[in-house]
Design a protein around this ligand. Structure first.
Ligand SMILES: Nc1ncnc2c1ncn2[C@@H]1O[C@H](COP(=O)(O)OP(=O)(O)O)[C@@H](O)[C@H]1O
Ligand SMILES: CC(=O)OP(=O)(O)O
Ligand SMILES: [Mg+2]
Length: 410
C-alpha cells in the first residue's frame, strides 16, 4: 500500500502545534502542542484521539529543533514515528508567501530562500516556520515537504482592497501591499459555513472572524476572498492578544521623534506589548472575562476597545459584500468566548444580525448556528482546523490516493 499518513507542523514563535492524520479516512492519529519553547517551563501535550490517551511532559525545551525531536519521540512511542514507511509527506504552515506563492508548494532550496526573503514582513512567524522546515527535512530528507501559505487564500483580493493609497511606484518597488493572513483558516471556515447553511460555497457571502492570539476578519464572496483585515504584515486590523492592529501611522513617527524610541522598540511595542496585553496586562480572553466579572475597569476597557474594532470590521465588510449570508466566529476566542460574540453582534438587528442567548451559551466542538431562526443573516460558530486543511492540501499536491475525494465542507 502506498504511504497514507501526513504530518502537519504549525510552528509559531514559541510553540509548535502538530497533527498526524491518516488520509484514508482523514482521522487524527495524534495531536499535540509544544508550548513555551525557549523557557524553563516548556510543555508538550500529546494526545492519541483513538484511545483518548494524553501524555504531558514538563521541562525546558531549548529551541524548535529540540521541540521537533521531542515530537518525533512522542510519535515513536505510539508506533507512529517519523521513520515509518506509512508517512507520505510533511505539511508546513508558512505564514508569509508574498505575491509569489498562491498555491501549496513542494519545498526545495529555492522555496526556502524565498520564505527567508519574506522574514522582514513576518518577523514573528516565518523564522519559526523555516526552523520547522529545516528540522523536518533533516529528519526525513527523502520525504516530500509541502508549504501551505497563510497568504494564499487572499491572493484573489481585488487591487482596490489590496493596495495602500501611497505612491504606487514606491509600493511596487518594495512590494508594499496588503497580503492578509490566516488564509487557510478563512478558506476552511468559509467553506464549512456554506455546508452548515446547506449551500455551495459559490452561493454564499460570508464574513469570517478569526479571533485567536492573532486575529483577522475577512469578507468572502462566493468562496473567494475579497477583503481581509491584516496587511503587509500580521499587525494591521483587529485588536489582538499582543498586537495593536490599526492605528494612525503617525503614532510611529511621534513615538520616535517625541518619545525618543528606536525603530526596533516601536516594532516590539506594537507587535509584542500592545493589544489586550498592552491595555490591561493580560492577553488571554479567559482572564479578561474573569476580571470583568470581578468589576475590573481596566479589563472592561480593554474588552470594549477589542469589541469596538471588531464591530467596525463587521460593518465595513457588510458594505464590501453588499449581501451577507453569515457572520462566523472561529479560533480560540471566537469558538469559546460567548460574551465576545454577544457583544460583537448586539444592536445590529437593523443589519439582520442577532444572537440567541441560549444557543450562544452552548459549548460544542461542532459547527453551529447561534442566531435565532427568524434572523435574516446567520450568525455561526465554526471551529477552525488549519492542520486538517494543510494535510488535505499537502496530500492533494503529492497526488495521494483518493486525495480529491472528501473535501470537508464542499
Ligand atoms: N474558553 C475560552 N474563553 C475565552 N477565550 C478563550 C477560551 N479558550 C481559549 N481562549 C482564547 O483563545 C486564544 C488562543 O486562540 P488560538 O486560536 O489557539 O490562538 P493561536 O493559534 O493564535 O495561538 C487564547 O489567547 C485565549 O484567550
Ligand atoms: C498570522 C498570525 O497572526 O498567526 P497567529 O495567529 O498564529 O499568530
Ligand atoms: Mg492560530
Amino acid at each position: 500500500m502506498s504511504p497514507f499518513r501526513v504530518l502537519v507542523l504549525n510552528s509559531g514563535s514559541s510553540s509548535v502545534k502538530y497533527q498526524l492524520l491518516d488520509m484514508r479516512d482523514r482521522s487524527r492519529l495524534a495531536v499535540g502542542l509544544v508550548e513555551r519553547i525557549g523557557e524553563q517551563t516548556s510543555r508538550i501535550t500529546h494526545t492519541v484521539p483513538a484511545t483518548g490517551e494524553t501524555r504531558e511532559q514538563n521541562g525546558p525545551i531549548a529551541d524548535h529543533e529540540t521541540a521537533l525531536k521531542t515530537v518525533a519521540e512522542e510519535l515513536d512511542r505510539d508506533g507512529l514515528g517519523l521513520d515509518s514507511p506509512d508517512l507520505a509527506a510533511i505539511g508546513h504552515r508558512v505564514v508569509h508567501g508574498g505575491m509569489f506563492f498562491t498555491e501549496p508548494t513542494l519545498i526545495d532550496d529555492a522555496v526556502i530562500t524565498e520564505i527567508e526573503r519574506l522574514v522582514p514582513v513576518a518577523p514573528l512567524h516565518n523564522p519559526a516556520n523555516l526552523t520547522g522546515i529545516r528540522t523536518a527535512m533533516a529528519l526525513r530528507p527523502d520525504l516530500p515537504q509541502v508549504a501551505v501559505f497563510d497568504t494564499a487564500f487572499h491572493t484573489t483580493m481585488p487591487e482596490s482592497a489590496a493596495r495602500y493609497a501611497i505612491d504606487a511606484r514606491i509600493a511596487d518597488r518594495y512590494r508594499v501591499r496588503r497580503y492578509g493572513f490566516h488564509g487557510t483558516s478563512h478558506a476552511y471556515v468559509s467553506r464549512a459555513t456554506a455546508a452548515l447553511l446547506g449551500k455551495r460555497p459559490e452561493d454564499v457571502n460570508v464574513i469570517v472572524l478569526h479571533l485567536g492570539n492573532g486575529a483577522s476578519a475577512s469578507a468572502v464572496r462566493g468562496g473567494r476572498c475579497v477583503d481581509t483585515s491584516m496587511g503587509l504584515t500580521p499587525l494591521e486590523g483587529l485588536v489582538m492578544g499582543t498586537r495593536s492592529g490599526d492605528l494612525d501611522p503617525a503614532v510611529i513617527f511621534h513615538l520616535q521623534r517625541v518619545g525618543g524610541m528606536s525603530m526596533d522598540e516601536v516594532d516590539t511595542l506594537l507587535n509584542k506589548t500592545s493589544g489586550l496585553f498592552g491595555l490591561c496586562g493580560d492577553n488571554d480572553m479567559r482572564e479578561i472575562l474573569r476580571r470583568i466579572d470581578e468589576g475590573d475597569e481596566e479589563a472592561r476597557l480593554a474588552f470594549d476597545i477589542y469589541i469596538h474594532r471588531l464591530r467596525k470590521y463587521i460593518g465595513a465588510y457588510y458594505a464590501v459584500l453588499g449581501r451577507v449570508d453569515a457572520v462566523v466566529f472561529t479560533a480560540g476566542v471566537g469558538e469559546n468566548a460567548a460574551p465576545v460574540r454577544q457583544a460583537a453582534i448586539a444592536g445590529l438587528e437593523g443589519l439582520g444580525l442577532a444572537v440567541d442567548g441560549d444557543l450562544n451559551a452552548v459549548r460544542s466542538d461542532e459547527p453551529r448556528l447561534v442566531s435565532p431562526a427568524s434572523a435574516r443573516v446567520a450568525v455561526a460558530v465554526v471551529p477552525t482546523d488549519e492542520e486538517w486543511e494543510i494535510a488535505t492540501q499537502t496530500y492533494a499536491l503529492i497526488g495521494g490516493e483518493g486525495a480529491d475525494e472528501k473535501r470537508k465542507g464542499s
